[in-house]
Design a protein around this ligand. Structure first.
Ligand SMILES: NC(=O)c1ccc[n+]([C@@H]2O[C@H](COP(=O)([O-])OP(=O)(O)OC[C@H]3O[C@@H](n4cnc5c(N)ncnc54)[C@H](OP(=O)(O)O)[C@@H]3O)[C@@H](O)[C@H]2O)c1
Length: 418
């Protein structure tokens, strides 16, 4: 096992190896031979000289082993050569810190970006982050649909977004019409809203003639996915019964409920109310006019007792979709729900879905952005993490580490300022 200092020394050594620091194909490397020699010379002047020849200085949060972000994330500085062919050079606008990003760094997430040495890191590494909005700052001569100033998002997860600059193939990017949108809205559109959208559309055969008479129930309702689900359901005439965790004081819980009512939630209850047994059953009975307005879909991102209680409210033949496991408790199901109510229990993973349905994913994103432009889809609350080029590794990694803590006032989002 290497110490951190040893790793950094190793990284510095590799940065001085000619071919390593540059993205791009062997052709690029051949063209850039004189510049590489300048880098190999290692003087600071030489590096500046490289920049003057069109190289973009960049920093990326990378990891070469799994663990807690504060222990394994390293800020890696490198240079990006001018783009050629179908390459596009990008500058970060915003990138959220989603729970899945942390799980990926911890090594407990099923998709694991491969570790490689493309960026010239001391050890093969992956760039952290899966979602984000970038601005195009340069394009290769074969790039067809992108130009300087355009905004893009990643076509797939796992492309690494926690970096000030990147260079990618045009085919790996989705162009976004930025008209009327903010970097935050674009940088957070492709994971949570798409997850909510697809779960509501694809896991229930809603009777659209009964708009306003059917319900969905969800926990984690104040999460990014939960907030998206509330707003989409409101737009589509589906009532929502939303569960949030109790805050330290009743006033804070009420304030959170009010926040979700303002987004369009039909009903909001706290977890303690959900788990109160008979009185919650009565409440649901009244809410749904004794089941005349059925709860036809459950969205579960918590698990444990909370998920069981959600399932018990579902009308016969309905579906509980699990998409997260924030409590780390398994989903336990009374057999009666399967035998007598014919409930279906399934799961959804937007990464896999998106890889299978790339065009539908783009359409879904565009539909959410259409609603956003129309003022019908509100921004999630965020805690901005300003990333300036001189910001240090420890500071950035500590911000990331806080992401999985509960009761946050907003999602952490990197906002890059040049
Ligand atoms: N399957 C998929 O395709 C997919 C896609 C997107 C997201 N997700 C998953 O969905 C979940 C929410 O993601 P997000 O980005 O929307 O989250 P987010 O905006 O960062 O919010 C986190 C949510 O998790 C709750 N939470 C945190 N710790 C908890 C705990 N110990 N027990 C119960 N709830 C807890 C928070 O509630 P408090 O405010 O009460 O702490 C909050 O509602 C995550 O598990 C994520 O991995 C899955």
């Amino acid at each position: 096992m290497f110490s951190r200092g040893a790793l950094r020394t190793a990284a510095n050594r590799v940065r001085s190896v000619p071919a390593a620091p540059f993205l791009g194909s062997p052709l690029t490397r051949t063209c850039l031979e004189p510049t590489r020699r300048a880098v190999a010379g290692q003087s600071i002047e030489a590096r500046r000289f490289v920049s003057a020849y069109g190289y973009q200085q960049a920093k990326a949060l990378v990891y070469s082993q799994y663990g807690e972000p504060k222990d394994v994330l390293k800020l890696h500085k490198h240079s990006i050569a001018p783009p050629h062919g179908s390459q596009v050079t990008l500058r970060l606008l915003t990138a959220p810190l989603n729970p899945a990003d942390i799980n990926q760094i911890q090594g407990v997430y099923p998709s694991k970006p491969p570790f490689d040495s493309t960026l010239g890191t001391g050890e093969p590494s992956a760039v952290a982050g899966n979602e984000g909005a970038f601005e195009v700052i340069a394009t290769g001569s074969d790039v067809k649909n992108l130009k300087k100033g355009d905004w893009v998002i990643m076509k797939r997860t796992g492309q690494g977004t926690w970096r000030t600059h990147a260079q990618m193939e045009e085919s790996k990017l989705i162009k976004v019409d930025k008209e009327g949108l903010t970097p935050l809205q674009v940088g957070t559109v492709s994971v949570n809203p798409v997850t909510a959208y697809r779960m509501i559309k694809d896991f229930c055969n809603w009777d659209w003639l009964r708009a306003g008479e059917e319900w969905l129930i969800q926990n984690g309702a104040n999460s990014g996915v939960g907030r998206a689900a509330i707003q989409l359901a409101r737009e589509w005439g589906i009532k929502t019964l939303n569960v949030v965790r109790d805050r330290p004081t009743p006033e804070e819980t009420e304030a959170l409920k009010k926040d979700l009512y303002e987004l369009g939630a039909t009903a909001v209850v706290s977890e303690s109310e959900l788990l109160s047994g008979g009185s919650f059953k009565e409440y649901v009975n009244e809410l749904t006019r004794k089941g005349k307005e059925p709860i036809r879909l459950g969205l579960n991102c918590v698990g444990g007792k909370n998920a069981t209680a959600l399932a018990k409210t579902l009308a016969p033949g309905s579906q509980l979709v699990t998409y997260g496991a924030m409590s780390k408790q398994p989903v336990a199901l009374p057999s009666g729900l399967l035998i007598f109510k014919d409930l279906v229990f399934s799961g959804f993973w937007v990464s896999k879905w998106g890889d299978k349905h790339p065009e539908l994913k783009e359409d879904t994103i565009n539909d959410v952005l259409r609603l956003t432009r129309a003022g019908k889809f509100k921004d999630i609350p965020v805690q901005e993490v300003k990333w300036t080029f001189d910001k240090g590794e420890t500071e950035l990694a500590e911000e990331v580490n806080g992401t999985l803590g509960g009761f946050r006032s907003g999602k952490g989002v990197f906002v890059y300022e040049e």
